[in-house]
Design a protein around this ligand. Structure first.
Ligand code: ADP
Length: 407
């Protein structure tokens, strides 16, 4: 602003009355201000553009262009939008006071002017408008920072999606070739090598798929299906692929559907299986002995436990319209594994987070599985939670609203 470079702040007094101009000048100069004068509105406007004063004092009644018109004209200038303008009105001239505010004046002063009041008022108004300007500036930079952050997140998600997608294609080639190799005659060492290639490739594919899903959810591009599915089949499909690994570790892995869960429901079975697979995979990974149980039952009191209706687009969409057909299905995966410390139970749902540093070294994983599970469950209008006792095991539980099968 110009005043920063000026030694004293500058006031522009626009009044056709020479005595008034003199009084104002004396009062302000006495308080350390520089003063410039104009004798009518038009001249005042030109001086304003040339001098860019810190405050303008405007008389109401002036020939050619009165104080209201001058104030409105100043407000229309880009550099005049926020300069404090004081209109000098008669003592009881309420209509002029109202008009002054309506034309964009910051405040008014009453005539006859009192030198002391005038300087205090001017000083206060200028200080207040400086604070306002600073607030406006910081708000503008906050908005800029917010826009940059949104754009950054969008670019990051796009980058993540592109890289994941492009990495998937050659990796599928590697996996296909490893499969093909394993179907041929190989020496034991060669077989061992090919199996390592396949296992490492599959782990990498899992990480890439997680990154792809994560970026899709982050950018709001993930669409849920709405189709009929067999509940028991969903559980069997989720548990099946882990049976061999659990058996290899000497862990019992069982699944159970509690009546009266309907045999068929309507929702997104692929995403439900993905959530269950993540939870079961973790349970197997973090359990060395005992058992893992996967349950599905009806949640009769979802409102108290999970305010499902208030959350998530799925609940507010088609599912909500068919409230009568809606049931709340609760899935749980419990294990007798290493458990999770109380203070880590919130952190593990954050992307790229594991329970602690030593776990990071001992167990592989990108720390994305639970973040994706939580986002998917919330997208379905449900909620996911964990209860765990270190050294004894964990129970991951989620409830989602689902429709009964269409008739
Ligand atoms: P990761 O792919 O690294 O396992 P997740 O998001 O699936 O990522 O899990 C985050 C962390 O939560 C894990 O690294 C582990 O520390 C903890 N965790 C998840 N499930 C279990 C479980 N069943 N038992 C013990 N710790 C678990």
């Amino acid at each position: 602003m110009k005043s920063d470079r000026r030694e004293a702040p500058l006031a522009l007094v626009v009044d056709d009355d020479a005595v008034n101009r003199l009084l104002t000048r004396e009062a302000l100069e006495g308080a350390g201000w520089s003063v410039e004068e104009a004798t009518n509105g038009r001249e005042g406007l030109a001086s304003f553009q040339r001098l860019r004063p810190d405050v303008v004092l405007l008389d109401v009644m002036m020939p050619e262009m009165d104080g209201f018109a001058t104030c409105a004209a100043i407000r229309n200038l880009p550099e005049g939008a926020h300069t404090p303008v004081l209109i000098m009105t008669g003592l009881d001239d309420y209509p002029s006071i109202t008009r002054a505010y309506n034309t964009g004046a910051t405040d008014f002063l009453t005539k006859p002017l009192n030198g002391l009041l005038l300087t205090h008022r001017v000083r206060y108004i200028v200080r207040a408008s400086r604070v306002l300007r600073e607030l406006r500036d910081s708000q503008a930079s906050l908005l800029q920072a917010r826009d940059a952050a949104i754009e950054g997140t969008r670019l990051k998600s796009e980058f993540l999606a592109t890289v994941s997608h492009e990495t998937r294609t050659p990796l599928n080639g590697v996996l296909g070739m490893a499969d093909w190799l394993l179907d041929t005659e190989l020496t034991p060492e060669q077989r061992d090598c090919a199996e390592t290639i396949r296992a490492s490739g599959q782990t990498l594919l899992g990480i890439i798929d997680n990154l792809l899903d994560f970026s899709k959810i982050e950018s709001g591009k993930l669409q849920l299906k709405h189709i009929d599915f067999d509940v028991q089949r969903l559980l069997d499909d989720a548990v099946g692929p882990f049976q061999e690994r659990a058996r290899g570790k000497g862990i019992a892995l069982s699944c159970l559907t509690q009546p009266p869960v309907p045999a068929w429901l309507r929702g997104d079975p692929d995403r439900l299986r993905q959530i269950l697979s993540n939870l079961i995979g973790n349970a197997v990974k973090f359990t060395e002995r005992g058992q893992i149980e996967v349950h599905a039952d009806l949640d009769e009191t979802p409102k108290r436990q999970n305010p499902i209706e208030e959350r998530g687009p799925a609940a507010s969409g088609a599912a909500k319209k068919n409230n009568a057909k809606l049931i709340h299905l609760r899935f749980s995966v419990s294990d007798t594994g290493i458990g999770i410390a109380q203070e880590a139970c919130t952190r593990i749902f954050k992307p790229f987070m594991q329970a602690d540093g030593s776990t990071t070294r001992k167990y592989d994983g990108a720390g994305l599985g639970l973040a994706i599970c939580q986002q998917l469950v919330e997208l379905m209008g449900g909620s996911l939670r964990v209860d765990s006792v270190p050294g004894q095991g964990s129970v991951f539980q989620f409830t989602v609203p689902l429709e009964r099968k269409a008739d």
